[in-house]
Design a protein around this ligand. Structure first.
Ligand code: AHR
Length: 653
């Protein structure tokens, strides 16, 4: 039965809204609709706000390779008591030609001399944790004795120490383990050459021993755990505008992110100087978290990998530099090679690179983004060339194309009309707007052509103050507005195949953009109300849409899905208003229900409530059981709340 006819008949069955109740909600359990894509709720990762270097990538030393344009950035001279000497940057006979600069320490006193690294706005050290130090080192004159490595707090208190001896005149890797006896979020690392002499140091690195899956040189376990707890259906990487670069020279080039770390040529992060009000002159991309690690992370998370590639256009908010169409082939070749890297046999040239990195089996890449947030005819001309080459070679690959930065402007309409004609697979829509936009647009996709391209709501977030304004806060009000909008995504899951909040991570001392889904410092992490809203959707995805009819509710939002395996109806209800709403709920076509259901509620006292490092669960999901479930039952939804109800049902044959 068509949805309109169904609505009419159910309306008739329910009657007008009951005067004692605020709303009537009818769920047609008997006639499940379209399947919900496993990729419906995912995550968008970008190295913005210290998301990778200084964030997810657990390296604790900033500028470990001395390759920042100011090679001493992050480093300073360090003299222990009675010590004397100097430090210098050199590039003669480097350890690695791709990484030519290194640090020479010259100590002129028995007490030694060295250098200190400040980390990424400090180094997070936790008592009882081991830290693994590594370095490439040589002592050119063969005189120096040993290196002392220390972690120390701002007050100078030493929290961990280790010694490396046996230095040689040739470059060699050395390691040491440091056991921390104290906790400090803003420690620094001292590397001291003991005795008189000199030593050259490069790739000076420090990682916590405990990383995600305890991979050496891996990812911050607590941050990845936050992602794992979302159970994301996909992960988009590496961005965002970072894909595009201010200019093409600082675009993201995935091939430069593979192999030994010293071969991964560092570039300036494009967020380094993007916002004059939030400068981050020490923000660079080391690519320690590179494409292999991204694929591996997706596999760990059970998320479909969604790499986004530069399509021959630099960021159109910056230079908008274009690769001439007759010079686009290397960019297209990068895309073809990436598919081979992800999926090709280990005997293929790029499959061999994946196997060499430790993953002979394919990563089963199914989705690929052509360009990030591009617009205009220049984009379409480039997309057409990418799409032809990629689809000719890999017809099963689903391509993500861009509808530009706005959700309804001229660029958006132009992109959609071209991409529709081109039979594009999935179109990426972006929206950063006031909470009211999200509340007003929950029915946006009701009007979309069911036979056209599918939608990826690839970047969205309600902005409490204004887009990219520095005083935006992750309030409950914003989270509820997004949840209301997400009920619309869910009701239209036949058209909307994917969605992700953006950006994902923000470091409280290193951010450029706010709001963000997850915030951290060097030791702690917390989820915003928006995080909990995303989690409620992704962990209650269900398998099929259930048609719903909602009567009498203004600014009250609902959607429903069926979890076929669990035999449960999952209702998602958002009440962003200040009054409780009592709903008469009818589960149409149901013969039996379990009298008690499971409830998950995200609510607060004030719409402006938010979480912080100090109060991480001020607004968090509260699970409970609720009784009195029947095919027709009443339920009250608290003010400022997003509620998920899971109800076990049996349908009438
Ligand atoms: O999410 C922050 C930025 O917003 C992204 O990098 C870009 O795609 C969008 O403009």
């Amino acid at each position: 039965m068509a949805v309109a006819a169904l609505a009419a008949s159910l309306l008739h069955a329910v009657g007008a809204p009951n005067a004692n109740l605020n709303v009537n909600l009818v769920v047609d359990v008997k006639h499940p609709g379209a399947p919900i894509s496993p990729t419906m709720w995912g995550v968008f990762f970008e190295d913005i706000n210290f998301g990778a270097d200084g964030g997810l990538y657990a390296e604790l030393v900033k500028n470990r390779s001395f390759e920042f344009p100011n090679p001493m950035m992050g480093w300073s001279e360090w003299a222990p008591t009675g010590g004397a000497g100097s430090v210098a940057i050199r590039d003669q006979e480097p350890f690695s030609a791709a990484n030519p600069h290194y640090l020479r320490i010259t100590s002129t006193a028995e007490a030694g001399f060295g250098a200190a690294n400040e980390g990424f706005r400090g180094i997070g050290v936790r008592q009882g944790e081991n830290y693994l130090f590594s370095v490439q080192v040589r002592t050119p004159e063969g005189k120096a004795k040993s290196l002392r490595v220390e972690l120390a707090g701002p007050d100078g208190k030493v929290l961990a120490t280790a010694r490396i001896s046996g230095l040689t005149t040739d470059w060699q890797p050395q390691t040491a383990s440091l056991a921390a006896v104290g906790t400090e979020a803003k420690a620094h690392l001292n590397v001291i050459l003991e005795g008189a002499g000199n030593a050259d140091l490069d790739m000076v690195s420090l990682f916590p021993q405990h990383t995600w899956k305890n991979r050496p040189g891996g990812l911050r376990a607590d941050l990845v755990q936050m992602l794992a707890d979302l159970k994301p259906g996909f992960m988009r990487f590496p961005g965002g505008c970072i894909v595009e670069g201010h200019y093409l020279t600082n675009r993201y080039q995935w091939k430069n992110t593979l192999g030994p770390l010293d071969q991964r040529k560092l570039i300036m992060n494009r967020w380094n100087d993007e916002f004059k009000h939030r400068p981050a002159p020490d923000y660079y991309q080391s690519f320690g978290l590179g494409f292999f690690e991204f694929f591996q992370l997706c596999e760990d998370l059970g998320a479909e990998p969604l790499p986004i590639l530069n399509c021959g256009m630099a960021c159109q908010f910056n230079s908008g530099e274009l690769v001439p169409l007759d010079q686009l082939d290397p960019y297209i070749q990068d895309a073809l090679d990436l598919v081979e890297f992800a999926n090709g046999a280990a005997s293929t040239p790029w499959g061999a690179r994946r196997a060499a990195a430790g993953h002979p089996a394919p990563f089963h890449l199914k989705l690929l983004g052509v360009g990030n947030e591009q617009w205009g005819p220049q984009y379409i001309e480039r997309y057409v060339r990418f799409a032809k080459a990629l689809h000719d070679r890999y017809p099963e690959l689903q391509l993500i194309s861009s509808a530009g930065p706005g959700p309804a402007d001229q660029n958006f309409r132009f992109a959609w009309s071209c991409l529709r004609q081109l039979n594009a697979d999935i179109i990426d829509e972006h929206c950063y707007a006031a909470p009211s936009w999200f509340l007003d647009n929950d029915s946006r996709y009701d009007r979309y052509d069911r036979k056209g391209p599918k939608v990826f709501m690839g970047e969205y977030a309600a902005q409490s103050s204004g887009t990219a304004k520095p005083d935006n806060t992750n309030t409950l009000e914003c989270a509820l507005a997004e949840a209301a909008y997400m009920t619309g995504l869910e009701r239209n899951a036949d058209v909307v195949r994917m969605s992700s909040y953006a950006p994902l991570f923000g470091h409280v001392d290193g951010w450029q953009w706010t709001p963000n889904l997850i915030w951290c410092d060097n030791l702690r992490v917390y989820g915003t109300p928006n995080y909990f809203a995303q989690q409620l959707f992704s962990r209650n995805r269900g398998d099929r849409i259930l048609p719903t009819v909602l009567l009498g509710g203004k600014r009250f939002y609902a959607s429903a899905v069926l979890d076929e395996r669990a035999g449960e109806v999952i209702l998602k209800v958002v009440n962003p208003g200040s009054m409780p709403v009592s709903a008469a709920i009818k589960l149409a076509g149901v013969s039996r229900v379990s009298p008690s259901g499971r409830q998950f509620e995200l609510a607060g006292k004030r719409p402006g409530d938010f979480n912080s490092l100090e109060a991480p669960n001020q607004v968090a999901t509260v699970p409970s059981l609720f009784e009195g479930v029947a095919p027709d039952f009443n339920h009250t939804f608290n003010p400022y709340s997003f509620t998920v109800l899971r109800i076990e049902v049996k349908t009438r044959p």
